[in-house]
Design a protein around this ligand. Structure first.
Ligand code: CMC
Length: 428
């Protein structure tokens, strides 16, 4: 029975081939399950379902391993840059010097957005959350570049869409923030690198001679690398499933931004800081809040704890914790919530509730603290996550397209009413 799985259903045995990944992961191929047996699988939240074969990111949740295209996240975070990692994720290999130069130049050339985008932006009240604005502006790109909607677009055309997406993301992100502040927008300064360009658009005030602090730009670059891809998570699966209908790259990514926004996914980094602030205002009693998280009736979860796949530790959280210490020291910031975060982590890690459920700090537990030290406002934290995740979404969209994957369309088990007759309203 080597490389075959057997299923016994109503006394009949069926066989299914087993596929093995390069790191030894096994998957039972059930592509013809319905046809052979008349049954489907039922897997809420797709906890056990592989939706694709991918060569982009490898993740071992038990061992706390995360690799992009075979390179460890620890090494990339220490030695690489965000644009180099973006190239690696999207095109499969680390770039040669001239390839990276061309890629950066191409991105630099497309940082401006159409002036009419400002009219769209003006339509949003300043109460708009920047994530909603970002998703809308991203989708609006289809109006300015309708050729991106061509499902048979040439490789050169797809490259142009990719470059435009990466180039305009920092401009959109900074403009979404300026809109929330009710301030005029800044235009991209193309003399600067990717992160510095974004920071200047975010912070510079009119007529101000603004200089980007390299400590802040470097820290942001590292954070973006750590968020750049995470295989088939909620937003990435959304990008792939939307893209599988042959929707454009911009609509697919816009859908990913919306999926990321939720508090259980990318929205958690914002929730962590709000939670830490609340604990501080409440007197800093971490035990009390741990007990609240354990009480199922409280409806409260310890934000920044737990992960669908990491059941030992989140390797990104380890890097971020150290980076948070470094950045705070370098910038001379003394954030009182850092102490609360450390205490919360310490208490949770020796509490049986968290140990039994394998709940450890995730990437978002400390990222908010760094963002705050960098002066990034809370409402922008998830936007930062989206900026980091963009190359991953692009790489996954491109892979799905190149592999000619079929339209995503899960099945269900219907549990509603059986056939019944319509009753006129006066007789109900
Ligand atoms: N605080 C308290 N209890 C928790 C938490 C938490 N943060 N996370 C999970 N649990 C409990 C949960 O109540 C359940 O308990 P029981 O078995 O008694 O019913 C058990 O742990 C398993 O939880 P689950 O919801 O079935 O696990 P999941 O794999 O479906 O959810 C998660 C993973 C990340 C959504 C969840 O851990 C969570 O809500 N964490 C807080 C939000 C957060 O930090 N999200 C950011 C994730 S990292 C960024 C990203 O990649 O998106």
């Amino acid at each position: 029975m080597a490389n075959k799985a057997q299923l016994i259903l109503e006394g009949k045995t069926y066989e299914f081939p087993i596929t093995e990944g390069t790191e030894g992961e096994k998957g039972i191929e059930i592509g013809d399950l319905l046809e052979k047996t008349g049954a489907v699988t039922l897997d809420f939240g797709y906890k056990n379902t592989g939706a694709t074969k991918s060569a982009i990111t490898f993740l071992d949740g038990d061992k706390g391993i995360l690799r992009y295209r075979g390179y460890s996240i620890e090494e990339l975070a220490a030695k690489s840059t965000f644009l180099e990692v973006a190239y690696l994720l999207i095109f499969g290999e680390l770039p040669m010097k001239d390839h990276l130069q061309k890629f950066s130049d191409d991105i630099r050339q497309h940082t401006m957005v159409h002036e009419d985008i400002k009219k769209i932006l003006d339509g949003f009240p300043s109460t708009s959350h920047p994530m909603g604005v970002l998703a809308s502006l991203f989708c609006a790109q289809t109006a300015f570049y309708p050729e991106a909607m061509d499902p048979n677009r040439s490789a050169e055309g797809v490259y142009l869409s990719i470059v435009r997406a990466l180039a305009k993301m920092p401009t959109f992100a900074a403009w979404a923030y300026k809109n929330a502040m009710g301030h005029p927008v800044n235009y991209p300064d193309n003399k600067l690198d990717y992160c510095s360009r974004f920071l200047k658009m975010l912070y510079a005030l009119p007529a101000e001679d603004y200089h980007v602090d390299p400590v802040v730009a470097d820290a942001l670059d590292k954070l973006l690398i750590l968020h750049a891809d995470h295989e088939q998570n909620c937003s990435t699966s959304t990008v792939r499933i939307v893209g599988s209908s042959k929707a454009s790259i911009y609509s697919s990514i816009s859908a990913g931004i919306n999926a990321l926004w939720g508090p259980l996914h990318g929205g958690a980094n914002q929730e962590v800081i709000l939670m830490l602030e609340e604990i501080r205002k409440d007197g800093g009693d971490t035990e009390k809040w741990i007990n609240k998280a354990k009480d199922k009736n409280s409806g409260f979860r310890l934000m920044g704890f737990g992960h669908r796949v990491y059941k030992n530790f989140d390797p990104r959280a380890k890097i971020i914790k150290k980076a948070a210490d470094d950045v705070l020291k370098k910038l001379g910031v003394n954030d009182p919530v850092l102490e609360i975060a450390s205490k919360l982590e310490e208490v949770a890690l020796r509490d049986s509730y968290f140990i039994e459920r394998k709940l450890y700090p995730n990437v978002d537990f400390y990222s908010g603290i760094i963002y705050r030290a960098l002066g990034i406002p809370v409402d922008m934290f998830t936007v930062m996550f989206a900026m980091g995740r963009l190359p991953g979404w692009i790489a996954q969209w491109k892979e799905m397209r190149e592999n000619k994957e079929p339209i995503g369309r899960p099945r269900q088990i219907y549990v509603g009413q059986k056939l019944r007759s319509y009753v006129p309203i006066e007789k109900r």
